[in-house]
Design a binder for this molecule. Structure first.
Ligand SMILES: [Zn+2]
Length: 594
């Protein structure tokens, strides 16, 4: 039997003349339970506050509500003062700004503490998941439409500064815009308060509406307020925020935003009605479809809203959809400017990264249980290349070829350093072979004697029966940089055509033996050719069946993460090879280890 209870942030609304009577009733019940709110006259520290909710110029009409008893048991605050309800400030805009500044300071301490991890991959995940805009999200949801721009920008500066510390230096203006976009849109998911403020506010208002409407009805039933007046004020503020959000979007994007908002409102209403009827609430909550114990270890990136392994629901889903529309707009503007400035390599890189065939899961592989982990320096270089951020103060002669200029972003390195390119290609090949070998233990690498007319020819990096139904596949793995000479608009397709042309003469002979020659190509930035995606899906589903698993998602996820990690390791090592070798650095690291 529970005979004591604790009420945190409890709120009672009543008419001014009923305050003392209700407080006396509450206190009688508290005393019967052996508890008390305390008394000023007894020298107690009083926690309760009482406040007249009314425009300041009309407060004179209600004089006398704060009786001696009310003052003895509550701190009586002015109607004009701000109050904190459930952690969010209600009241003057200036008070909200002050509160936000305190949150920024607190978040800054968290960011500096995370720096101690000394691992950029871990830091990026923690900074996004535990110390990103989420630190101020509650305030943005409550008041994102009214916070001062300068306050929001203070938080954004903190984030950019923190990203620079994790990635060995500031990333530059263009790369920062990219970093603040979602991961699937080429960014790092370092969402700024400025960009998130309206999506967070709108999503929260839409999701809260059925509950808020119910409170408005209760207030009306108690004779405390007019339901229609309250509902109108609520909806008007929400609509104004939506209009401000859509004003900067294209007509098509604004229509998409409206559709998402309507859909979220309908689904919230449905959710609320189910709850009222005491029904089991169905939703696509993360983990709902996963049986307990089905996965011993959560997938890499699980619970990070930027990761494709996490399914969002409710306000977070709508907020992400709205943020994604914002990303579209900002990346379009960035693209137009890069075009004017002739930065075509940046345009190509962002396009590669935004493709639906690009896998970003390497960014979450920080635990060896999920696959090979990039060391800190390689992760940092890979992340800077992803963002097109400078790695050098000034361009210099390439260490490898000693002929070409190594630009500050080291784009040249992705087309140079043949040795590291080949090592990286071989690692990707080994990982593809490992995936195929699960359901086809006979899969072999570099098979010889496939072509009777030219027995020394080795067209198959991997010869396997796991890739194409009822056929033996000769998989030829290729990685190409979009900046390579003759890469064309789609470097993965160009490479497929090059390989097919190279082996054209022997393909009929292979076909007669039941072998299908199949190039599987990747861009340096991790984009897969459509055929590559299909082959990996087929091999993963065979592997899952072979292991008796119900679905192949988990298998494909970890296989893709390993492949993409090797692709980015290749990038980092090619860049490292082309960077100038500093005399004495090896001795220094030996001293370190000693
Ligand atoms: Zn070079």
């Amino acid at each position: 039997m529970v005979d004591k209870w604790f009420m945190d942030d409890g709120q009672l609304y009543m008419s001014p003349d009923a305050v003392e009577g209700n407080l006396r009733l509450l206190d009688r019940h508290l005393e019967a339970a052996g508890s008390s709110r305390g008394r000023v006259s007894r020298g107690d520290d009083i926690k309760s506050t009482a406040r007249l909710l009314c425009p300041p110029d009309r407060s004179g009409e209600f004089n006398g509500w704060a009786t001696e008893y009310v003052r003895d048991t509550c701190k009586v605050v002015s109607s004009a003062d701000a109050i904190i309800v459930l952690g969010a400030v209600q009241g003057p805009v200036a008070a909200q700004g002050d509160h936000f500044s305190k949150l920024v300071h607190k978040a800054s301490l968290v960011h500096h503490a995370i720096d101690a991890a000394s691992d950029p991959a871990v830091e990026l995940i923690l900074k996004r998941k535990c110390a990103g805009v989420c630190k101020v999200m509650f305030t943005l949801r409550a008041a994102g439409d009214s916070l001062d721009k300068a306050h929001l920008q203070a938080y954004d500066l903190l984030l950019r500064d923190s990203l620079g510390r994790s990635l060995s230096g500031d990333v530059g203006d263009d790369s920062w815009i990219q970093a603040t976009c979602g991961v699937k849109d080429s960014g790092l998911g370092f969402r700024t308060a400025t960009e998130v403020s309206l999506p967070a506010f709108i999503a929260s208002r839409v999701a809260a509406w059925p509950g808020v409407r119910s409170i408005f009805r209760d207030l009306a039933d108690a004779g405390l307020a007019d339901e229609d007046v309250l509902a109108h004020a609520y909806q008007q503020r929400t609509t104004l925020a939506q209009e401000r959000f859509c004003a900067v979007l294209s007509a098509e994007q604004a229509a998409a935003a409206h559709a998402s908002i309507l859909e979220a409102a309908a689904s919230t209403e449905h959710f609320w009605q189910q709850m009222l009827q005491g029904q089991q609430v169905s939703s696509n909550r993360p983990g709902a479809a996963v049986r307990i114990g089905q996965e011993l270890v959560d997938a890499a990136g699980y619970q990070d809203s930027e990761s494709p392994t996490t399914s969002l629901f409710g306000p977070s889903k709508l907020q992400n959809l709205l943020c994604s529309l914002h990303d579209d707009r900002r990346l379009m503007q960035l693209g137009e400017r890069l075009q004017r400035e002739g930065k075509h390599d940046d345009i190509r890189r962002i396009r590669e990264l935004r493709s639906e065939h690009t896998d970003h899961s390497w960014m979450w592989v920080v635990n060896p249980v999920h696959g090979p982990v990039l060391p800190a320096d390689e992760f940092s270089i890979a992340s800077r290349v992803r963002l097109g951020a400078p790695l050098l103060l000034d361009s210099m002669l390439c260490e490898v070829c000693q002929k070409r200029v190594l630009d500050v972003k080291c784009t040249h390195a992705l087309c140079c350093s043949l040795a590291e390119s080949t090592i990286g290609h071989n690692r990707v090949k080994e990982v593809i072979h490992a995936g195929c070998s699960i359901s086809d233990p006979g899969a072999c690498m570099e098979a010889v004697g496939l072509v009777d007319s030219q027995p020394n020819l080795r067209p198959a990096d991997i010869l396997t029966r796991a890739a194409i139904p009822n056929r033996t596949a000769a998989l030829d793995v290729g990685v190409k940089c979009p900046e390579a000479a003759g890469a064309g608009d789609d470097c993965t397709q160009t490479m497929v055509e090059e390989k097919l042309a190279y082996y054209a003469a022997i393909l009929p002979e292979l076909e007669r033996k039941g072998i299908t020659y199949c190039p599987i190509t990747f861009s340096s930035f991790g984009r897969r050719h459509g055929t590559t995606s299909r082959i990996m899906q087929e091999a993963a589903s065979r592997a899952a069946r072979f292991r008796g698993q119900l679905n192949s998602k988990q298998m494909l996820r970890s296989w893709s993460a390993t492949v993409t990690t090797e692709l980015w390791r290749r990038v980092a090592r090619m860049v490292k090879a082309c960077l100038p070798k500093v005399v004495g650095s090896e001795q220094l690291s030996q001293v370190d280890e000693g």
